[in-house]
Each structure stands twice: as C-alpha cells, then as structure tokens.
Design a protein around this ligand. Structure first.
Ligand SMILES: C[S@@+](CC[C@H](N)C(=O)[O-])C[C@H]1O[C@@H](n2cnc3c(N)ncnc32)[C@H](O)[C@@H]1O
Ligand code: SF4
Length: 396
C-alpha cells in the first residue's frame, strides 16, 4: 500500500502565522537560531523598523496567496521579540489583523526574554490581544545561567511569569534547558521549585544540544566544558516528568507539559506536529501550506531588501514526496501523548510498533485501541522508536 493511501483524507487543517524576530541583545553560546546582535547588523542597513515594514509587506503577500483564511494561532518567536517592546509587537498584531481574519478564540503567543520584560510590557501585550507568553528561563541556578551565557538573574523569569499572569495574560510557559555541564540534580530540583512557584500552566524542557559552530561547541572541543551526558539527561528528564506530573501538569509532547483541560497546550506548536498549515513571516522563517514548503532568506537586510523591491523573500521551496510526508508524520506524531494512529502506518511500521509494545516502549492499551503512544521509557528512547518504525523491513 502506498503511504498516501493510509492517510485519511484531511479536512482543511488549522492555519497559523509565525513571525520571526531576528534580533537579540547578545548571543547565548549554545544558540544557533537565525538571530543577530546590534553590532552584527551594524552597517548592513537592517533595523527593527525596516523589519516591521518588511513584515507588513510579507503579510500582504501571504494574504494575496492564501486568501482570507481565518488565523487560528499566531506565534511571534525569535530571537528576542520582547526587545521590540509591546508597542511594536502590537503593531505586528495590527498588521496581521489588517490582512487576515483572526479566528474567534485565536491563540496569540509571543516569546520573551525575562530581562526585557516588565509589568508595563505585559500590560501592553494584553491590551494588544496576546493570550500567551513563553519565557526563556532555562535554569534557576546562577552557575548554569552563566554557562549558557544568559543575561537574566536567577529569580527574574519566575517574577516575569507572575507579572504576565497579573497583567491578564491567560497562558504562560517557562522554557527550561537541562543537562547543562555543571548542572546537578539539586539544581534542576531548585529550578522546578521556582517554575512551580510561578504558577504557570505550561513548561517546555529541552536537553542541551551542542550545535555545530556555536561558542559552546568550541568550548567543549577545547576541553573547557564536558559534553552533556546522555545518561544524566535521561535522569534529569525523569526528574522533570515526575515533578511536573505530581504538580498536575501532563506531558502532551515529549518535551512539553501543560495543565490539562485549560486549553494550556500550545495550539500553534500542535499545528506543526499534526501537519497543519502555517505561513512563516520574517527572515529565515519556514512555511508549510497545502503540502508545499518554503523558506525565506536568512539575513534581515536581504529579507527587507527583497520585499522593498516588491520581490518575494523566498530562498527555496520543495514539495514533499509521499515518503517524506510519511517520515515526518511518524517523527512528529510519535512524540505526542495522543500518539500516532496505527492506520497512518504501512505494514512495516505496524510490525515495528508491535515489537516496541513487547519491548515496553509503547503503551499496550492505546495500541489495542489503534494508537502508538510512548511509555515513560519509550519517551527516553523516542528517537530509537522512530528509527525502528521508519527502517523496519516490510514483513513477507
Ligand atoms: C531559540 S529560543 C528563542 C526565545 C528566546 N530568545 C529565549 O532565549 O528564550 C527558544 C528556546 O529554544 C531552546 N533552545 C535554543 N537552543 C537550544 C539548544 N542548543 N539546546 C537546547 N535548547 C535550546 C531554549 O530553551 C529557548 O528558550
Ligand atoms: S536570547 Fe534566545 S534566541 Fe537569542 S541567542 Fe539566546 S537563546 Fe538564542
């Protein structure tokens, strides 16, 4: 059976808008995102105002291309969106509303760095219609923040989370990074104490990845820092999951936990993981609409120049083949607590899933009901389960 035959015909998927803010006050040593400091942009002609004009032009291009599709979710990410201030972020929302109808109850998120926020900033966001804020906390331990080159003080992220809630922002996320060299189990416990004190309804936690070409990678190569250890990361993941579960949050994706029944799971990210459609606005942003994917030029000056000249900022595009779509579906949906419907799998994949149930990596009850859902041990070995499902030989 062809992979496309096992995927049920879709109703129109939800549509989201992602806006990429390519500015940061300084670069954290571990980060390889498409972002630039003021000195890196010096002399290039790129500026926040030029970026905003170009974003307006790209939104108009998006509306001409996809028509008046209601926007269910907006996510402003970066980079450091909070560096722009609430007023400019409000102008981004005005620009989206000028081109698209916002669906009733739309989720509107912005990422923010704790050091560039304040009660006034959050009040401005609430007034501009933001419903969700995602704060990069990473750790509550000063020495871990120092290894990560973070600029905020240990208490600032949780203070900011409380300020956001007090300003009427309904949903607040804190991002953690774990298994940073030098972090101890106790450090993570104290970070979790702080997170839980913040009363947030969502937590994302990522094991530190040493990305090629970063300052962190150079420090590890020079022997100044040990590489993060997989066994340590597994223990820390277990600490995170048990502490967050005890506090009433539930995992809904391997790296994401939310309070159940309060619309706290990030609907925008669920759109990515469930094959939704989104238009990515901004330098280096990726889009996925009606089976096509494309991505923009990365440098903010080239991005703005293209739009100012009336050209598309697109740098490349691809139509996914059936087999690539199948691979993506398995990779993304297997990481979700709702699981991967078995009828999305071909015969080889279904065989591998049955073996994973026997190995204790997938839950038996959901399997009997037609879904592949990771067990706690399966979550630690999610990449292995995904590889096994994708590389299993077709049974004879
Ligand atoms: C790229 S940042 C953008 C938002 C914001 N500037 C910040 O730093 O929080 C989004 C999140 O990605 C995660 N992240 C980025 N690089 C990472 C890496 N190398 N390893 C693990 N997590 C990473 C961090 O948790 C971070 O909060
Ligand atoms: S503030 Fe966020 S986006 Fe900017 S360099 Fe640090 S991790 Fe990357």
């Amino acid at each position: 059976m062809a992979h496309s035959d096992v995927v049920p015909p879709s109703i129109e998927p939800p549509f989201g808008v992602y806006v990429h803010v390519p500015f940061c006050a300084s670069r954290c040593g571990y980060c390889d995102f498409n972002t630039y400091t003021a000195s890196e942009l010096d002399g290039s002609g790129a500026s926040p105002d030029g970026w905003l004009e170009a974003v307006r032009a790209e939104l108009a291009l998006a509306a001409r291309t996809v028509g008046p599709r209601p926007v269910e979710t907006v996510f402003i990410g970066g980079g450091t969106p909070s560096l722009l201030g609430a007023e400019r972020l409000g102008l981004v929302m005005d620009a989206i509303r000028a081109e698209f109808p916002l669906a009733p109850g739309a989720e509107v998120t912005t990422e923010s760095n704790p050091e560039s926020t304040s009660p006034e900033f959050f009040a401005g966001l609430a007034a501009a219609g933001f419903t969700r804020v995602s704060l990069g906390m990473q750790s509550a331990a000063q020495h871990v923040l120092a290894v990560l080159d973070r600029r905020h003080t240990p208490g600032r992220a949780v203070e900011a989370a409380k300020e956001a809630r007090a300003a009427g922002i309904g949903h607040v996320n804190l991002d953690l990074i774990y298994a940073t060299p030098g972090e101890t189990d106790d450090d993570l416990h104290r970070s979790l104490d702080a997170v839980l004190d913040g009363g947030v309804d969502h937590v994302s936690a990522y094991a530190l990845i040493v990305e090629d070409g970063t300052a962190l990678a150079r420090r590890v190569r020079r022997g100044e820092l040990p590489a993060p250890d997989d066994d340590v990361a597994a223990t820390r993941y277990e600490i995170l999951d048990s502490r967050l579960s005890e506090a009433g949050l539930r995992w809904y994706e391997v790296s994401n936990w939310a309070v159940p029944d309060r619309d706290a799971a990030c609907r925008h990210n669920l759109g990515y993981w469930r094959d939704g459609d989104w238009w990515g606005v901004g330098p280096g942003a990726h889009s996925h609409v009606d089976g096509a994917r494309w991505w923009n030029v990365k440098h903010p000056a080239r991005y703005a120049a293209a739009l100012t000249a009336g050209r598309t900022p697109e740098a490349g595009r691809e139509e996914l083949t059936d087999s690539e779509r199948y691979t993506e579906r398995v990779m993304l949906r297997l990481r979700l607590a709702e699981g991967l419907p078995l009828d999305m799998l071909d015969a080889a994949g279904r065989g591998a899933v049955a073996v994973a149930v026997d190995d204790g990596l997938l839950e038996p009850a959901p399997f009997d009901a037609g879904r592949a859902v990771l067990t706690p041990r399966g979550r630690l070995l999610a990449d292995r389960v995904i590889t096994d499902v994708l590389t299993a030989p077709v049974p004879r």
